[in-house]
Ligand binder design. Structure first.
Ligand code: AGP
Length: 614
């Protein structure tokens, strides 16, 4: 993970680096650091923890760096070595003349470290990155050319990396390269930027080159040079970024997470615009290239995703099987990529990712593409590495999600699956026109129903405060809401650190029921439909073991008042759409528990929004 940023130009560099890093904080916040070229050489400043700590370090320094116009910066999510100042980037070679920032993992760092230590290098950190600093310095000593040194060193690196390098022998120069990690080069007037992601540079420019693997860019205000991995000069395509600089604001909410939860009815409205006009009209998905013939020739669909996106994928399986009669498998990308998978030209592979850059999902998608499968990507980032692998694309249009815990992007992914499954059912003619129309009409009612939930959060807040001090939490559901139970539990774990687990309600009696007593809250997701009565019975079984019972329901059944200690009521909805309606209160429940406990809701410990390492 981690985020990197670099600037070579004519403006004061420190603010550009700090602003850029702030935009990349979603990639990690274990430590941060910058290196800037000053009159008397490169200076490095680092701090443990969030970027604010680095700002404090810099405010205590003399103004020695104020005139500097070239530098590199880093925001870290620790992989190798604890999140300390010593392990914070930038890292330097033994003599300190060369500095480097890195995003990714160098898999052969141990071998490199041994070799470089034996040849006289002094290591100061536990990071994999430091080996790269020493290796490039060694190559530089041999060839006396920084770009060539980076190129030669890259050949010895295994794993994933995006790198920015500076050397004391060079004024205003940064060398940048990448393999299996994102890096883009921004073009300004007599100035160039390097960054892990668009938000870090969009304030300054919307012209950029997405670097391909093994390509190397040498940035200097006087000009930029690109070479490929073999040293040949290349001229990459400069793209116009489809982004507007946005001022990220909480709009009066205490946290971004709460704001993003409250944006969800608009997110649903936005995704429907242009895709579903009226119940009697066909779904429009312009970037999906699946015709009747392709669909007829499919023998299976595989969906790969991680975390919250994986839960959306599980709902997607339910919908596609239900509407389209095609067998669907869902798998965590990290499992999918290290086994023999039976994927071929008759398989549709769907990758789901908010960020579009999750390393495991990206690898899974690339593997399937190499086997000839049609690749369909559902993402909030149509400009991402994953989207660039797509044969078909469903953009989810949730807008920028700042909070590390995904909320509105989950709802948007679910909407993408509803649209996709209905679209495929229309092409395949696997459902009657009347059923399709009824579902589309119901789908168009979702924004109002979500608004109704958001207007009545008191019951949820009361429940949250009653359970805030619990150590464990169990969520149960069945059928299409089993993923809702998993996602509800994930939200609570992520932001409150309470040990929460989601189970299929029918599985309780096969083991987990042993944990139940009066200290254990059990939240039953009881949405009217095929499995309502079944979950009710499973809830009775839990109640009989003295568990504290909470219901999330759209039923007004009076029986529930005796069975449950707390009842969170949501609007009536067709069962197939209940995952959207059920999830919003669970997001709020997790939020209000974490807020009550005083947790860092938007940036929970140990997490990062974008997971770019396997
Ligand atoms: C969700 O709250 C998470 N923080 C996390 O599980 C996330 O969904 C996962 O890392 C996948 O990310 P992606 O959707 O960007 O691929």
């Amino acid at each position: 993970m981690c985020g990197i940023v670099g600037y070579a130009g004519n403006k004061s560099v420190v603010d550009i680096l700090l602003d850029g890093l702030e935009q990349l904080e979603y990639r990690g916040y274990d430590s941060s650091g910058i290196a800037v070229k000053c009159k008397d050489g490169i200076k490095v400043y680092k701090a443990e923890g969030k970027l604010g700590n680095l700002r404090n370090v810099l405010s205590n320094c003399l103004d020695e760096f104020k005139t500097s116009t070239c530098g590199i910066g880093h925001i870290r999510w620790a992989t190798h070595g604890a999140p300390t100042v010593l392990n914070a980037h930038p890292h330097t070679c033994t003599c300190g003349n060369l500095v480097i920032v890195h995003n990714g993992i160098i898999e052969n760092y141990k071998e490199l470290r041994e070799k470089l230590t034996a040849s006289g290098c002094t290591f100061r950190s536990q990071t994999d990155t430091e080996a790269v600093a020493h290796l490039v310095a060694r190559k530089y000593f041999e060839v006396k050319d920084l770009t060539e040194a980076v190129r030669l060193a890259s050949k010895e690196l295994e794993g994933a990396y995006a790198l920015c390098v500076m050397h004391n022998d060079y004024n205003n120069t940064i060398v940048a390269t990448k393999r299996n990690a994102p890096l883009l080069i921004g073009y300004g007037e007599n100035e160039f930027f390097a960054a892990s992601d668009v938000p870090a540079i969009i304030k300054h420019t919307n012209k950029a080159v997405y670097l391909n693997d093994n390509e190397i860019a040498t940035l200097n205000p006087a000009g930029i040079k690109f070479i490929d991995g073999e040293g040949n000069v290349i001229t990459p395509r400069v793209e116009t970024l489809p982004w507007e600089p946005v001022a990220l604001s909480k709009m009066g909410y205490k946290h971004f997470m709460l704001k993003e939860i409250h944006e969800q009815s608009d997110v649903i409205r936005n995704i429907l615009i242009g895709k579903l006009h009226a119940p009697d009209e066909n779904i429009v998905l312009n970037e999906v290239k699946l015709d009747k013939n392709t669909l007829k020739n499919l023998n299976r669909i595989q969906i790969v995703a991680c975390g919250t996106s994986l839960h959306a994928a599980m709902v997607g399986k339910y919908l596609i099987e239900n509407f389209c009669d095609i067998a669907v498998d869902v798998e965590a990308s990290s499992e999918y990529i290290y086994r023999k998978t039976v994927t071929d030209t008759h398989t549709l592979v769907i990758g789901v990712s908010q960020s579009g850059e999750t390393a495991d999902t990206l690898t899974a998608v690339k593997q399937s593409k190499a086997r000839g499968s049609h690749i369909l990507i559902i993402t909030n980032r149509p400009d991402s590495a994953m989207a660039r692998e797509a044969d078909s694309l469903v953009p989810v249009n949730a807008g920028i999600e700042v909070s590390v815990a995904a909320t509105k992007s989950y709802t948007a992914q679910l909407m993408a699956f509803y649209l996709l499954a209905l679209y495929m059912a229309e092409i395949k003619e696997s459902m009657s026109k009347t059923d399709l129309q009824a579902l589309k009409a119901e789908m168009m009612q979702l924004p109002q129903k979500v608004d109704q939930i958001l207007a009545q959060t008191d019951e949820i807040k009361k429940c949250a405060h009653a359970f805030a001090n619990t150590k464990n939490f169990i969520y149960v559901a069945r059928g299409i809401n089993y993923p809702t139970a998993l996602e509800g539990a994930l939200k609570l774990k992520e932001i409150s650190y309470i040990n929460a687990t989601g189970y299929p309600a029918g599985e309780l009696k096969h083991g987990p029921i042993a944990m139940l007593d009066e200290t254990m809250p059990v939240l039953s997701i009881l949405m009217l439909g095929t499995v309502y009565e079944k979950i009710l019975s499973n809830s009775e079984e839990a109640k009989a073991r003295n568990a504290q019972m909470i219901a999330l329901t759209n039923s007004d059944d009076k029986k529930l008042d005796d069975l449950f200690d707390y009842i969170i009521r949501v609007p009536a909805v067709q069962e197939l759409f209940s995952p959207i309606i059920a999830m919003v209160p669970l997001q709020l429940l997790a939020y209000y528990i974490a807020e009550f406990l005083g947790k860092d809701v938007d940036q929970p410990r140990n997490l990062a929004k974008s997971v770019t390492v396997e």
